[in-house]
Design a protein around this ligand. Structure first.
Ligand SMILES: N[C@@H](CCC(=O)N[C@@H](CS)C(=O)NCC(=O)O)C(=O)O
Length: 210
């Protein structure tokens, strides 16, 4: 059985858990408390030298870190990944966008708001994080005004990848009401068979979100 090392409060981990549930794939969840430093323990570093969850362990013992690589692996041969060359590249295009132009702004600001508030270290970067996050939302909005899902009529791993931190962007202080297309897209997810909500959305008062 697949084994997923994850902190259920991580949006990057939620991407993987959401896809596993949408696929109806059984897996064993190994909880790793990232905030308490469990990702930096020797035993975990032996599995992922980069010290981060999520991490997927395959039946043969192979180890696969990086949320979007895991999505790509799990979606192979399923309706969640395009089967044409360009479509697959476009799924990757959105997932690279997520890691470079979206997550470093929206997820990081959400983390600061929930964990640290403003500090002398992060305050100088605060406005740039907001600007970057809104720029990413605007890029998504242009596509989602024109189609239901990022790659057209059907949802794919590109949507799952971007949904994880977009639907909780308000927790980082982002005003999502400016983005009608993004809001309508967010509203489509709970209708998907097998959908599971993000624990980081549910436990508003818990202060150990990742
Ligand atoms: N690019 C990675 C980022 C993973 C990541 O940042 N994981 C965080 C939790 S969201 C983590 O494990 N942090 C603990 C640490 O760095 O020790 C991915 O997409 O999987």
């Amino acid at each position: 059985m697949l084994k997923l090392y994850d902190d259920p409060d991580s949006g990057n981990g939620y991407k993987v858990q959401l896809l596993l549930h949408l696929l109806g794939t059984l897996y064993e969840l190994v909880e790793v408390n990232a905030i308490q430093g469990a990702t930096r323990k020797k035993s975990f570093l032996a599995k992922n030298p980069n010290g981060k969850i999520p991490l997927l362990e395959l039946e043969d013992g192979s180890l696969l870190p990086e949320s979007n690589a895991i999505l790509f692996y799990l979606a192979e041969g399923t309706p969640w990944l395009q089967d044409d060359r360009l479509g697959r590249a476009q799924a990757l295009q959105w997932m690279f966008f997520e890691q470079y132009s979206h997550e470093p702004y929206i997820a990081v600001l959400r983390y600061w708001v929930r964990h640290t508030s403003k500090t002398p270290e992060n305050e100088p970067q605060w406005a740039a994080k907001e600007k970057g996050g809104y720029a990413a939302l605007s890029v998504m909005e242009r596509t989602l005004r024109a189609s239901d899902w990022l790659l057209g009529e059907k949802p794919s791993i590109a949507d799952i990848s971007l949904y994880a931190y977009t639907h909780v962007a308000d927790q980082g202080g982002f005003d999502l009401t400016r983005y009608a297309g993004v809001c309508a897209w967010i509203g489509r997810f709970p209708e998907l068979p097998g959908y599971v909500p993000f624990p980081g959305r549910l436990k508003e008062s818990d202060d150990r979100k990742v």
